[in-house]
Design a protein around this ligand. Sequence first.
Ligand SMILES: *[C@@H]1O[C@H](CO)[C@@H](O)[C@H](O)[C@H]1NC(C)=O
Ligand SMILES: [Ca+2]
Ligand SMILES: [Ca+2]
Length: 295
Amino acid sequence: MRVWIVFLLCLAGKALSAPTEEEIVVVDPVADEVEVGTNPVQVETGEFDEAIEVVEDVMAENPCLNHHCKKGKVCEVDDSNTPMCVCQDPTTCPEPAGEFEHICGTDNKTYESSCHFFATKCALEGTKKGHKLHLDYIGPCKYIAPCLDNELSEFPLRMRDWLKNVLVTLYERDEDHSLLTEKQKHRVKKIYENDKRLQAGEHSLDLLALDFEKNYNMYIFPVHWQFGQLDQHPIDGYLSHTELSPLRAPLIPMEHCTTNFFTQCDADTDNYISLEEWANCFGIKEQDVDKDLVI
Ligand SMILES: *[C@@H]1O[C@H](CO)[C@@H](O)[C@H](O)[C@H]1NC(C)=O
Ligand SMILES: [Ca+2]
Ligand SMILES: [Ca+2]
């Protein structure tokens, strides 16, 4: 199972600044998509030996136990005891623990939780409305100030610097080699050990721009790496709206140019961001775009 890394920026904190201890959350997306969870039978049975037998019994009886459904769907058995995924009734979703669980949809409607959102989206499956509905950002819908052109051009400067710092932080913390592969570590090591590296912290836009010019090579891998982290469902060299979501959703409430940035990133407006489009958005030159860096 591939480990997914989502950088949830501290909600109270500043977006796209140096990551600190609390801001990096490692999330397993598969667990997020399907409830593999604890078997309730095992939890309720006191005796361990007995539990194993009971689990087997129930598995034989309930074909849903090993049947995974995507977000917004739950498993039900039909008359012939065949498991199938059906849309979840939003009223069966757990009550959200607070406003922070709320979700703003691209319809600018607030949903109580992501469960409520995906259940609603499922019910609209096959309709134009359902096709267009995506999770926009985390938190209740709010007024988002329009992004001005000059602000839009600042966005990649900060984002690039942030990506580089995230990678360096992962490198520093990766004691048990679970966050980065050997190949990735090798590349980040070069950035980490470079004396010319701009240290994490608050930097003026002028300095960020200058650093990008002078230390351009240090930014090539971080931009590719983030693309690879997002291009997962499926791994095809294109980012769909859903694939971009883990990056966009926590960012939008704090960085009001996020949506504009990703919209203009899709230069050919096919609703997917290709590696070439992505690299171009971050100022990586065409000749430096390299599919092999993504893996
Ligand atoms: C979205 O909803 C929020 C809160 O209801 C509102 O303040 C905001 O203006 C809406 N945005 C748009 C683009 O309609
Ligand atoms: Ca993809
Ligand atoms: Ca495109």
